[in-house]
Ligand binder design. Structure first.
Ligand code: SME
Length: 155
């Protein structure tokens, strides 16, 4: 179920407050990723697969996630996650089947958003990836909320 814009914003406000409370005083990246993935997956009704890929040794490697089994490694520039990593820009994909090189970890995925997570030098250290079973589930509300939250990664 895709919430309307008002409800989406309300749910993101709720999730953001919960995530920032859990991040407070916790510097460990995996602990922060695990709590963010858990809270967002529990809060947002249009999320199907929710999680992180970390930049490790020149590849994206699976991190904390909620959902069905994810692919373990993604190469530079490959798929939607690789595009977010190589460009440093959020990718909002209304129909994953129309995205060249999309990597289908679960055939039920129809749309996707991937947000880069950056360090204090602006280098991408991970990407946050969400899939939905519905087409066009993600929009500017999702982008603004997630970029705002992950902009708080280091604060
Ligand atoms: N679909 C992603 C791969 C990761 S899974 O969705 C969990 C992509 O094309 O990058």
């Amino acid at each position: 179920m895709i919430p309307d814009a008002t409800e989406k914003k309300r749910l993101y406000d709720e999730a953001r407050a919960a995530v920032l409370t859990m991040w407070d005083g916790e510097p460990d990246a995996i602990a922060r990723m695990a709590s963010a993935a858990c809270i967002l997956a529990q809060t947002m009704p249009h999320y199907f697969w929710t999680g992180f890929y970390r930049v490790v040794g020149g590849e994206l490697v699976i991190g904390p996630y909620q959902g069905t089994p994810g692919c373990l490694r993604i190469k530079w520039g490959r798929g939607v996650c690789g595009a977010a990593w190589s460009t440093g820009e959020t990718q909002v994909v209304a129909d994953v089947h129309a995205f060249p090189g999309h990597i289908a970890c679960d055939s039920r995925s129809e749309s996707e958003i991937v947000v880069p997570v950056k360090d204090s030098q602006g280098r991408v250290i991970a990407v946050f990836d969400v899939d939905s079973t519905e087409l066009g589930a993600f929009d500017e509300v999702d982008r603004a909320a997630l970029e705002g939250l992950f902009g708080k990664w280091l604060t």
